[in-house]
Structure formats: structure tokens, C-alpha cells
Design a protein around this ligand. Structure first.
Ligand SMILES: Cc1cc2nc3c(=O)[nH]c(=O)nc-3n(C[C@H](O)[C@H](O)[C@H](O)COP(=O)(O)O)c2cc1C
Length: 162
């Protein structure tokens, strides 16, 4: 299964850590969203799309990329890091824009992953931020487990972290 991991990780490099962890398990190629050559995606069986969450959705560079993709029927998974606890805002909400855009393009969504990331946005900066240290080792283990599920052909796997 030839896999590509696409990421945007602007704030603190939180999502890049998850992207690299998943890529290591899947032996995947990895590229930043802004550097994706659209014509080069045909060789992949599975593509992961991830970024931090910015204003309730994925980073615009990732969403813009998805909008520019041609129609396809390959597998995709969505991942993210975020500042808010998942019990406060369901993952469904944060991944909704990316998920709908990917489905419109014909991708089959085979998994979704999210975990906390260090967040110093807005007034949080004044108090040193929140979720310091995240993604932590446990988050990375969750990401490895998620990736192992994909590797073993699980049809749909979801990990929401804390
Ligand atoms: C401008 C801005 C907006 C954000 N909006 C949200 C949000 O709506 N919900 C949330 O849970 N986290 C939000 N965050 C926190 C980021 O999603 C979090 O820090 C993430 O781990 C950043 O990932 P990155 O370092 O890979 O860019 C926001 C951060 C910034 C800077």
C-alpha cells in the first residue's frame, strides 16, 4: 500500500510530529500541503490529510489543496491536532469541512485521528499557552496504534485522543 502523508503544521509543529509518527509506521512519503504536486498523487493508494485546527476547521492551505484535487476513488484518512478537549467539541465538527470536501472528490475515508496540541493562540499566549508538551508520548503511541490499524486493513478506524 503506497501511502502519502500530507500535512500543514503552522503554529508549533504539533501536527508535523503526528504526521512523521504515522508516516514511520506506514513507511509513507510525507509532504507539506503547500509543496504537493497534484499530478504526482496518482501513484498512491492511500493519502492522509492533516493539520492543526484553526477556527473550527483544518488549516486553509490543506483545505485549498483538497479543493484543487481531481476526482479520485483512492482511500484517505483525516488527522488533526487541536487545542480543545474533544469532549467539549466533537471531532465530527472539526473534521467536517475536510471530510465533506474529500467525499465530494470521491475519496473513501478509512480513518480519522486527532489529539491535543500545544496552543498559544490569542489570550492563551499571556498565560503560557495550554496543552504544553502535547503531542506527548501517549499521543504519539495513539497515532502509532491508529496507523497500525490502517496498515492492517481495518476498514474504518477513529482515535480522538483526549
Ligand atoms: C489562529 C488559531 C486558531 C485556532 N483555532 C482552534 C480551534 O478552533 N479549536 C481548537 O481546538 N484549537 C484551535 N487552535 C489550536 C491549534 O489547533 C493547536 O495549537 C494545534 O495543535 C496547532 O497545530 P500545528 O502546531 O501543527 O499548527 C487554534 C490555534 C490558532 C493559532
Amino acid at each position: 500500500m503506497k501511502t502519502l502523508i500530507i500535512y500543514a503544521s503552522i503554529h508549533h509543529g504539533n501536527t508535523e510530529k503526528i504526521a512523521r509518527t504515522i508516516a514511520a509506521v506506514l513507511d509513507a512519503d510525507i509532504v507539506e500541503a503547500v509543496n504537493v504536486g497534484i499530478g504526482n498523487l496518482e501513484e498512491y493508494d492511500l493519502i492522509g490529510f492533516g493539520s492543526g485546527i484553526y477556527g473550527w476547521k483544518h488549516h486553509k492551505s490543506l483545505l485549498n489543496l483538497i479543493d484543487r484535487l481531481p476526482n479520485t476513488n483512492v482511500g484517505a484518512f483525516i488527522y488533526s491536532t487541536r487545542g480543545n478537549l474533544i469532549r467539549l467539541v466533537p471531532l465530527e465538527n472539526y473534521h467536517k469541512v475536510a471530510r465533506n470536501s474529500l467525499l465530494e472528490k470521491g475519496f473513501e475515508i478509512v480513518g480519522e485521528f486527532s489529539c491535543l496540541g500545544f496552543d498559544t493562540s490569542g489570550p492563551l499566549r499571556l498565560v503560557g499557552g495550554k496543552n504544553r508538551g502535547h503531542p506527548d508520548e501517549r499521543d504519539l503511541d495513539d497515532a502509532r496504534e491508529f496507523a497500525a490499524g490502517l496498515k492492517n486493513g481495518v476498514r474504518f478506524t477513529e482515535t480522538m485522543g483526549s
